[in-house]
Design a protein around this ligand. Structure first.
Ligand code: AMP
Ligand code: ZN
Length: 113
């Protein structure tokens, strides 16, 4: 499948890995928008969150558990962090393999741009 993030998971394209287990992979964003900007994705290819069915509920929950661990391990849990998942064009989704953005290390604005 011609998916950038599947290629990163399969190590065909390099990335700065920060966490991996049997179901999820996480690495530093190549174009960071905050001092900490980590992408957390399932190893299973799912194009958008709209494509995630009931059978993915446990996997989606696991992505958030991985995000908690990554936030703690990177020392940003207490001060705070933001988790974002973009879906389709208006949200600015550019890679069609679902991923959580974990953003931290600076004060975040609200509402987001
Ligand atoms: P989104 O716009 O929500 O689909 O997010 C895609 C993210 O992937 C962007 O923040 C990009 O900077 C990031 N990205 C694109 N290519 C790479 C890559 N080769 N390695 C790491 N991050 C990437
Ligand atoms: Zn993929």
């Amino acid at each position: 499948m011609d998916c950038l993030f599947c290629k990163i998971i399969n190590k065909q394209i390099p990335a700065k890995s920060v966490y991996e287990d049997e179901r999820v992979f996480a690495f530093n964003d190549i174009n960071p928008q905050a001092p900490v900007h980590i992408l957390i994705l399932p190893k299973k290819h799912i194009s958008t969150i709209l494509d995630a069915g009931q059978e993915e509920n446990e996997l989606i929950g696991h992505m958030f558990q991985a995000a908690n661990k990554i936030a703690r391990d990177n020392g940003v849990a207490e001060k705070g962090f933001r988790l974002v998942m973009n879906c389709n064009r208006d949200a600015g989704q550019t890679v069609f393999h679902i991923h959580l953005h974990l953003l931290a290390g600076r004060g975040m604005h609200w509402p987001p741009g």
